[in-house]
Design a protein around this ligand. Structure first.
Ligand code: GLN
Length: 250
């Protein structure tokens, strides 16, 4: 049986909004495809070998938790870039997304260093951006998909001019409430503000990540048989509807 090695960075610190649900979805969908998942928690000071994982995950957390792990995460920049350069899929959510950029400047003015995987920086604004979000993404040319989720962040994330966003905002705030874009993509590394958690309502993204993790492991990208996903489709529809009806912005 093929085992997909998942590295979960700082599960004890970056874990708000049931971010662990994303890992549960990956593990369950892997099992339905006859794949095993070996989950490794990576905490402060633990070694990170760029070849040791087929998928890396960083969840969300508030400023306090981010400050506790930021120096350790920033010091892993080279290892994370090396992992991403070999095609390791990465999913970074909210607080983790911010810290995979160059820096996150808190309201107090304190600047937390980032790992520099994503070409962006984040500066906290006065009002929080909270609510359901709907995005349109095209991770594969010609394959348009929607992502539905929930955002809650004070940080305004500014992408570099040549950076690729994860998706276009159909409803919600996204990276900064202005650009009309959400998240960032560098190869198979994805960063996003969407949690709540993300993968249970967007199973296509779980499969996208899983297929790339298997490819990282075996050298071949599998094409998965579709699953029934009735509940998941319903969850996506409810979330998308809420986002569409959420009213104005600030
Ligand atoms: N501290 C960050 C912000 O508020 C991230 C919040 C989060 O992960 N929900 O912008």
């Amino acid at each position: 049986m093929i085992a997909v090695r998942v590295g979960h960075l700082y599960p004890d610190y970056l874990n708000i909004y049931a971010d662990r649900g994303n890992i549960a979805v990956l593990a369950r969908r892997a099992a339905w495809r006859g794949l095993a998942v070996e989950l490794e928690a990576i905490g402060v000071g633990d070694p990170l070998d760029p070849d040791a994982h087929d998928l890396l995950y960083v969840g969300g957390g508030q400023d306090r938790e981010q400050a506790l792990i930021a120096p350790d995460l920033a010091a892993r920049g080279d290892a994370l870039l090396a992992a991403a350069a070999t095609g390791t899929p990465v999913l970074a959510v909210c607080g983790g997304y911010q810290l995979l950029g160059r820096f996150y400047r808190e309201r107090s003015g304190q600047e937390l260093p980032g790992a520099g995987v994503f070409p962006l920086h984040t500066v906290a604004g006065e009002r929080r951006m909270i609510g359901d979000v709907l995005l349109e993404c095209e991770l594969e040319p010609g394959e348009r998909r929607t992502l539905a989720g929930f955002e809650n962040h004070a940080g305004r994330t500014r992408l570099d001019a040549d950076a690729t966003p994860l998706g276009r905002v159909v409803a919600g705030f996204g990276n900064d409430g202005e650009s009309g874009y959400e998240g960032c993509r560098v190869g198979n590394a994805l960063g996003t503000y969407l949690h709540g958690p993300l993968l249970p309502r967007n199973p296509w993204l779980a499969d996208w990540l899983l297929a790339r993790a298997v490819e990282r492991r075996t050298g071949e990208r599998p094409s998965f048989e579709p699953l029934a996903d009735d509940l998941e489709r319903e969850a996506h529809a409810v979330s998308a509807r809420r986002a569409r009806h959420r009213g104005g912005r600030f």
